[in-house]
Design a protein around this ligand. Structure first.
Ligand code: ADP
Ligand code: MG
Length: 212
């Protein structure tokens, strides 16, 4: 069995089946670096350039960890923009297709509140959203994150560039400290190192050098 193959990991068989349907046969470099510690339950900082396959790295970790029979919000993925949140939700739904009706809900700004509140009342396993709108729902009492055990910050450098630092802090305060935290970023400036120090526990670094 190739070391590059997803089947070298202890993934649920339905995830392996979906990967093969999607044509994902070998892991990308960032997936090889980050998936073993993610699946071991560690906090992980993964840095790799755009297009390196970061979504599937945290998406597979998230789906593997999910207790699908418990219909509660167990994972929160924060993204800088609605477009990125939609892409991430689509990828997670593809990776999780056919597995016990996993419900992935997006909560982004620029969309009306009413339907989001209605969807939240129906419940979800996974929330993917933008920080501002997640904070709004927390403030209105329409979202509770007290059963979240996996937090993902996707494109963390962009979220900080966009001025989301304070909002992120407010949202993260509402998530149990007893959790796994994954941080994905294309770059690793000092601001990211600082936030990682505050919100992560002994993170493993998964870095893939740019070939450019
Ligand atoms: P990033 O978030 O690092 O910018 P994405 O997660 O958006 O990258 O992935 C980029 C593209 O690579 C997507 O089209 C995705 O479907 C594809 N991809 C991800 N992992 C694999 C893999 N192991 N094998 C083949 N294609 C993959
Ligand atoms: Mg990405």
């Amino acid at each position: 069995m190739s070391q590059l193959s997803f089947s070298s990991l202890n993934l649920h068989s339905d995830l392996l089946e979906n990967l093969s349907t999607l044509g994902y046969t070998e892991m990308t470099a960032i997936q090889q670096e980050s998936l073993p510690p993610i699946l071991a339950g560690k906090d992980v900082i993964a840095q790799g350039k755009t297009g390196s396959g970061k979504t599937a790295a945290f998406g597979l970790g998230l789906l593997q960890k999910l207790d699908v029979k418990r219909f509660r919000i167990q994972s929160l993925v924060l993204c800088p923009t609605r477009e990125l949140a939609d892409q991430v939700a689509t990828e997670i739904r593809k990776l999780g297709r056919g597995i016990h009706n996993i419900k992935v809900l997006t909560l982004c700004g620029g969309m009306p509140f009413g339907p989001q509140v209605g969807s939240l009342e129906h419940g979800a396993h996974v929330i993917v959203g933008t920080p501002g709108r997640i904070e709004d729902h927390l403030n209105r009492g329409t979202l509770k994150l007290d059963e979240v055990n996996l937090l993902v910050l996707d494109e963390a450098d962009r979220m900080l560039d966009m001025g989301f630092q304070e909002t992120l802090d407010k949202v993260i305060e509402q998530i149990p400290a007893q959790r796994q935290t994954l941080l994905f970023s294309a770059t690793f400036p000092e601001q990211i190192q600082k936030i990682a120090k505050r919100i992560m526990r002994q993170p493993v670094m998964a870095q893939v050098a740019s070939t450019h």
